[in-house]
Design a protein around this ligand. Structure first.
Ligand code: SAH
Ligand code: MG
Length: 211
């Protein structure tokens, strides 16, 4: 956790209730250790969706379909979401099929690296929440799919805050992920095609707007 737990708890105590079906899915995910979007980041994501009112949302990293349904609740547009792991897909198919917003959610099965290449934009809001070491590899296609004025929200960019620590304090595997994430963050904060702010919300989020 980046912010102190009691600060987080306090913020979360003020956030509104989820619809019961999402509340149940969140409970399930927490128990099954599925890494879904954190409470404090949920409020931020929903706020952004209501504020920007995108007509086509793209999510990279469905897991069991929690955030896809959350975004559908917050918007009037469509949500396209990509997942590659069969174990997750099994749950996602089931959850999205009986979602109250099923008619506005499309699940695409496959590796985002290849799926993105096949997609036709524009998607005016993109939620990037997949394998943290791959963000750099998705960026080219994301830039193609995102229209000028469109928003990209990237999750888990601070890795519990450890990304900002010494590179010698982390395990070798994490060191590679950190290196890649730092490269991604440097790129999106220094690109002349993106305006980006990095926020210590949840596990760290980067909000970018294409310019
Ligand atoms: N957005 C979800 C959580 C996603 S967890 C929520 O908040 O409810 C990240 C997911 O991305 C995992 O289920 C993982 O299997 C998936 N993933 C990772 N790399 C991927 C890739 N290259 N293509 C598609 N899915 C990927
Ligand atoms: Mg995440």
């Amino acid at each position: 956790m980046i912010t102190e737990p009691h600060v987080n708890d306090y913020i979360n105590s003020l956030s509104g209730d989820l619809p019961p079906y999402l509340d149940r899915l969140e409970q399930y995910a927490l128990e099954a250790h599925v890494p879904i979007i954190r409470k404090e980041a949920q409020s931020f994501l929903c706020f952004l969706i209501r504020e920007y009112n995108p007509s086509r949302i793209l999510e990279i990293g469905t897991a069991v379909g929690f955030s896809a349904q959350l975004m559908a609740e917050a918007s009037k547009g469509t949500v396209t979401t990509i997942e590659k792991v069969e174990m997750r897909l099994k749950e996602a198919r089931k959850n999205l099929k009986c979602s109250p917003n099923a008619d506005r959610i499309t699940l695409i099965e496959g590796d985002a690296l290849s799926v993105l290449k096949e997609l036709e934009g524009p998607y005016d809001f993109i939620f990037l929440d997949a394998a943290k070491g791959q963000y750099m590899n998705f960026l080219k296609e994301i830039m193609r799919l995102l229209p000028v004025g469109g928003h990209l929200l990237t999750d888990n960019v601070l890795q519990e805050g450890s990304l900002a620590g010494s590179k010698f304090a982390v395990e070798r595997r994490d060191r590679t992920i950190h290196m890649r994430m730092r490269e991604y963050l440097y790129t999106i904060t220094h690109s002349d095609r993106l305006d980006t702010v990095i926020l210590p919300v949840g596990d760290g989020m980067a909000l970018s707007r294409k310019i």
